[in-house]
Design a protein around this ligand. Structure first.
Ligand code: ATP
Ligand code: MG
Length: 582
């Protein structure tokens, strides 16, 4: 049994198991009610069978049929009632479980954003959130509960028949075992691989689609859109072929199952006829009772095979969930940095998990509050990585970074009150311009918003817009030019009024004149704040108080621009290149 995914996975699962304990009463109630539902259904038919044949034999006393009539009514009512209650408790249990699972998953993802970024693509994560938890939900409702209920019924039927005939009970024990255990087992084994394939095809369709939709313009610009469509259709055909095969198997299996169940009913009929009509014809009423009671029970057994197949995809989901980093036991109590907000970097080393390359190698650096520090470096030298470390979004592999005396990683969420970031391509959301700016501080008054707009040099432009601040920004802010987007991003930061601002290549993609204007605005408006300005060229370098080069994970050539211009031929050379003189 060890290579049946469900059993293997149930042992290793640390996502769902805790919930068994937490809600064990509800769980037991759901299962018992499920059993009672089928019990009532069977009992209803049993009594009805008895009643029909008893009535047909013209009973001498009305009481002989009166009690069965009352019982028929009772079971007729209890069956839907139990069913309803069973649905209620089991769905309640499952929904409680999955909502907590979603929360746990979300917390895991959020806590380890960098891990996710490295190991999963966006499509994967969406798949994870959308599919895997749904799978768990369905697994319990469609597989585990019905299976356990069917097992309970199985035991009950065998024991009940045992009161009348031990050998027929033994026969039932074996014959029903085929239906209850063998059919599902064969299904898992035969369709298991197909199901696995279906799931992985589906997942890759998800990922591919996300990826390609994000990059759709590149397909179109390269005039290869048709090719992409063909590619996508091919994957889809593969998926459909697998699904068709499974469907055929399921149809055949359903047919065989029904024939087998029909034979069971026939056998019961023959047994009951022999058992109850032999010596005293008076017991013949029980024949119909036994035969009929088996009819509704088929519902409990027929779905088992289909249900058991789900375990394959469940195993897959649990495996993916298990592969996630476990939740940090306790999040540290957030501490508040104290002014002055100096950055203290000591012996900082960093390498991405599972990567060879040491991106940062024993950096030591102090950035006093109010300094304008330019960090220069080639593409890939680790500038953005350093910025991420400074914000505490990544943890150093070794060494320490503290802001105002507190390690940045333990400042927690509050870090955004201390450090503002403007990235290479500031993102604008599809809402009003006002909302986009207020993102920095949702309590800012209109007056304050206009003030910062003036400071970043956008006041006139916004005033000219027919709808002013209520202008809708289309997705990604394409309506605004690069320079305007950067200024809007600056407006956000100014509203937030953080003591430290990190600019990660804030002027990439702007023409030289706009670049200079934007930089001037940035530096003037951020006066008095610590500015960590990441850049790959020397344009506007004179704004910096200090320039540092980041190369091969080390810091080199530190000093003021004027000092470097005097002492470093390399700096002079780079400056000349940037000024277009070399
Ligand atoms: P650019 O000027 O192009 O923005 P950068 O100096 O900001 O470059 P980083 O983005 O910090 O460079 O990257 C530094 C190195 O770390 C690169 O070699 C990059 O390939 C690697 N790297 C960046 N992000 C990750 C990641 N999430 N996982 C693994 N390696 C990464
Ligand atoms: Mg970068």
């Amino acid at each position: 049994m060890t290579n049946i995914p469900l059993f293997r996975v149930m042992r290793e699962d640390y996502w769902v198991k805790p919930f068994f304990k937490q809600y064990k009463v509800a769980l037991a109630a759901a299962l018992f009610l499920g059993f009672l539902t089928f019990f009532s259904a069977g009992a209803l038919m049993f009594i009805s069978g008895f009643l029909i044949s008893k009535s047909a034999s013209l009973p001498t006393n009305i009481l002989l049929v009166y009690i069965p009539i009352v019982l028929t009514r009772t079971f007729g009512i209890t069956r839907p009632v139990f069913r309803y209650l069973e649905r209620l408790t089991s769905h309640n249990w499952v929904l409680k479980m999955t909502s907590q699972l979603r929360l746990k998953l979300y917390q895991t993802l959020e806590q380890d954003a960098i891990f996710i970024k490295r190991d999963f693509r966006l499509g994967d994560v969406i798949g994870l959130l959308a599919e895997d938890i749904n799978h768990l939900q369905n697994l319990y409702l469609r597989t585990i509960f019905p299976t356990v209920i069917a097992w309970l019924l199985y035991v009950f039927i065998v024991v009940a028949i045992g009161f009348f005939s031990w050998w027929f009970a033994l026969f039932m024990l074996l014959y029903l075992a085929i239906l209850v255990f063998l059919f599902p087992l064969v299904s898992v084994l035969v369709n298991g691989a197909r199901q696995q394939k279906e799931k992985s095809l589906k997942n890759s369709l998800y990922t591919e689609l996300t990826d390609n939709v994000l990059g759709i313009s590149d397909w179109i610009f390269s005039q290869r859109g048709q090719e992409y469509v063909a590619l996508h259709e091919h994957s889809q055909d593969q998926l459909m072929a697998v699904q068709a095969k499974m469907k055929t198997f399921q149809n055949k299996r359903a047919l065989v199952f029904e024939v087998a169940y029909g034979l069971l009913i026939l056998t019961t009929f023959i047994w009951a006829s022999g058992r109850f009509t032999g010596n005293h014809g008076g017991e013949a009423n029980w024949v119909a009772a036994f035969v009929l009671s088996l009819l509704p029970i088929i519902d409990a057994f027929a779905g088992l095979s289909t249900a058991s197949q789900e375990t394959n995809s469940y195993a897959d989901s649990i495996e993916r969930l298990n592969a996630l980093p476990s939740l940090r036991a306790e999040t540290q109590a957030d501490k508040e940095p104290q002014a002055p907000y100096d950055f203290q970097i000591e012996d900082l080393c960093f390498r991405y998990p599972n990567e060879e390359k040491q991106v940062l190698d024993q950096l030591d650096l102090t950035i006093p509050q109010g300094q304008k520090l330019a960090i220069l470096g080639r593409s890939g030298s680790g500038k953005s990585t350093l910025a991420t470390l400074l914000r505490g979004d990544l943890a150093p592999s070794a060494g320490r970074i503290s802001l105002g005396g507190i390690p940045v990683t333990s400042i927690g969420e509050a870090i955004s009150s201390y450090i503002g970031v403007i990235q290479q391509a500031p993102y604008l959301f599809r809402t009003s311009l006002l909302n986009n700016i207020r993102l920095g501080n949702d309590k800012a008054s209109l007056e304050q918003v206009w003030q910062v707009l003036e400071r970043v040099g956008l006041k006139e432009m916004v005033e000219k817009l027919p709808q002013g601040l209520d202008t809708m920004v289309d997705e990604a802010g394409l309506r605004f030019s690069g320079g305007e987007r950067h200024r809007i991003a600056l407006a956000r930061i100014l509203l937030k009024d953080t003591p430290v601002v990190i600019l990660d290549e804030p002027t990439v993609g702007l023409d030289p004149i706009t670049e200079k204007q934007v930089l001037t605005t940035f530096m003037e408006e951020l006066k008095g704040k610590t500015v960590i300005w990441i850049t790959h060229h020397l344009k506007g370098i004179e704004y910096a108080d200090r320039v540092i080069f980041l190369e091969n994970g080390k810091l080199e050539m530190a000093g003021s621009p004027a000092f470097l211009a005097e002492t470093s031929p390399r700096f002079r050379h780079l400056k000349a290149v940037d000024d277009g003189e070399a």
